[in-house]
Write a protein of this length. Sequence first.
Length: 255
Amino acid sequence: MKYKTLVPYTSALPNAENQKILDQYFLGWRFVLSPASIRSFGKNREHILYSHGYGLDNGAYSYWKRDLPFPTERFLMCIEKYGDKADWIVLPDVIQNWVETQEFSEHWYNKLKGINNLLIVAQNGCEENNYKDLKKWVERGCGIFVGGDDDFKANHSKQIVDMCRKNNLICHIGRVNSIKRMEWCHEIGAFSFDGSGMARFREQARSMSRHVAWIHKGKINQLPLFSEWSEDKYYQTMQNKYFKGEQDEQSIKII
């Protein structure tokens, strides 16, 4: 499947009704799988992961919210079962601590390099010294998963997107659960986003899926007033680099 612009992800896996709503408007939804979600679906629905595509998150945020330690064993189980077919794997991070995140992610980078494409979590603090430490991860070929709080995202995501684009790496933005935030992701040029609301709430699934379909079908085909519209090659380059077995000529089906 080919995406012409912003790629949408939601939590794996939505309930059956929400999945039907998402697919009704846009068949290109992908999923974010994590140690926190692997028990939310049975083997009879596992095939949806492979038919739609998925990224593998580390689950640190979900466990941190419940005041639980990082789920090392579950994460390793996810890597063993789902890691090689994922679009990407998010390196484990330490919530609200950029310094410790680098140490923790370094440990896991040495374990996971070569298994799949890896993303480092950008968060509050990584912007210091003109993103010096974050740039070191980019130089190693790591894409970026933009985490952090709302102020951090608002003030630094555009610079991080530009960094990724310059180096032909994915920039994915987390916790996007509204049309306003989706539009913002599209405007700053991010490759993809995810949110959990579309997997849980029917109206949110409907409104977000209709809007992402509009972005793909309508907005990108509108010619600017004073110049010719040209396709953004970044999206195709990233699909060729990150998505498994999807470099054919089939296009996303939009309803």
